[in-house]
Write a protein that binds this ligand. Structure first.
Ligand code: AMP
Ligand code: MG
Length: 274
C-alpha cells in the first residue's frame, strides 16, 4: 500500500509522521482520489453482484481525527444501497451486561454488503484501558479475543480493512478550536473532547499496544496520516481499492457464469413459447 503505513509487528504512533503528504500537492491528490473513487465504485458493484464476499471497514482514531469526514468522503463513491454505517458509542447497560463483542457481531456485513464501523470493538482496549472501565484481567484477554473474532470474519468471506486515523496533538487542538469558531460545526463541541485530550499519551500507549497485538497477516492495521484531510482521503481510497482489487477476477468469473445461466434460461423460455 502506497500511502498508508501497514502495521507489521510492533508499532509506535509517534514514529509515524501524521502530517505526511507523500510529496504531493493537494490538487493532484484530489484528482487521484476521484480517479480511484470511480474504481472503488466499480469494485463495490462487483462485490455486491457476485455476493461472494463482504467488506468491513473499521475506522479508529482520536476525537477530530476525521472518522466522520472519511465516511462523508466515501459516500461520494459508494452506492448507499450496499452500505451500512455503524457508530459505536458508550455501551448501554444491556450491552455492558454482555461480552464486548455481543454488540459488534450483528453488524458484521453480509455477503455483497459493505459495513463501515465508526469506532469499533477496539474501544474496548482503548478507552476502556485508559480509564479502567473494566478490570485489567478482562481487557487484557481482549486482544486475543479480537484476533479470533476477526479471523472468524475473514475465514467467512469478509474483506477486513482496519484504518487508524493518525493526527498530531496540535492538529487536534486546531480542529477543536475551529469548531468553536464555526457555528455549523459547534454542535460537535464537547467538554469531553478537551478532557480526553489530557490523556493523549495514555491513548498513544493504548493505540500502540492494540495496533501491535492485533495486526496479524489476515487482518492488518493501516495507519493513515490524517493531518491533511486531502491526503487522508487519498490514502484511504487507495487502501480500499487495493484491498478489493485482488478479488475482481473471481467476481467477474462468477458473474459471467451467472450471466450464462440467465441467458440459457431465457432461451429455453423463448423456445417454449414457439
Ligand atoms: P463519538 O465518536 O464522538 O460519537 O463518541 C463516542 C464515545 O463513545 C467516545 O467517547 C468513545 O470513547 C465512547 N465509546 C465507544 N465505545 C466505548 C466502549 N466500549 N466503552 C466506553 N466508551 C466507549
Ligand atoms: Mg466525539
Amino acid at each position: 500500500m502506497k500511502y498508508v503505513h501497514r502495521v507489521d509487528g510492533k508499532v509506535q504512533l509517534r514514529d509515524i509522521d501524521s502530517s505526511q503528504d507523500g510529496g504531493m500537492i493537494e490538487d493532484d491528490a484530489r484528482k487521484e482520489t476521484s480517479r480511484l473513487g470511480k474504481e472503488l465504485e466499480e469494485l463495490q458493484e462487483l462485490l455486491f453482484a457476485a455476493g461472494m464476499h463482504s467488506l468491513l471497514v473499521v475506522l479508529q482514531g482520536r476525537d477530530t481525527a476525521g472518522k466522520d469526514g472519511t465516511i462523508r468522503g466515501l459516500s461520494r463513491y459508494l452506492n448507499i444501497q450496499g452500505v451500512k454505517v455503524k457508530g459505536f458509542k458508550v455501551p448501554t447497560p444491556e450491552e455492558i451486561g454482555h461480552d464486548f463483542l455481543w454488540r459488534v457481531h450483528p453488524h458484521a456485513p453480509q455477503k455483497g454488503m459493505v459495513s463501515i464501523f465508526n469506532r469499533s470493538h477496539y474501544e474496548d482496549v482503548l478507552v476502556v484501558r485508559v480509564h479502567n472501565l473494566a478490570p485489567e484481567g478482562a481487557w487484557k484477554k481482549r486482544y486475543d479475543q479480537i484476533n479470533e473474532f476477526e479471523q472468524l470474519l475473514v475465514e467467512n468471506g469478509t474483506i477486513l480493512v482496519k484504518l487508524c486515523l493518525h493526527i498530531s496533538k496540535d492538529e487536534q487542538k486546531e480542529r477543536l478550536l475551529e469548531r468553536e469558531q464555526d457555528a455549523t460545526k459547534s454542535w460537535k463541541l464537547s467538554v469531553g473532547d478537551w478532557k480526553e485530550r489530557e490523556f493523549w499519551d495514555d491513548y498513544t500507549d493504548a493505540y500502540d499496544v492494540a495496533l501491535s497485538k492485533c495486526s496479524p497477516n489476515h487482518a492488518p492495521w493501516y495507519v493513515v496520516a490524517a493531518d491533511r484531510k486531502w491526503y487522508r482521503d487519498l490514502a484511504i481510497t487507495h487502501a480500499l481499492v487495493e484491498s478489493l482489487r485482488p478479488y475482481k477476477d473471481g467476481w467477474l468469473k462468477k458473474l459471467e457464469g451467472m450471466g450464462k445461466v440467465a441467458l440459457a434460461d431465457l432461451q429455453e423460455f423463448r423456445a417454449g413459447q414457439g
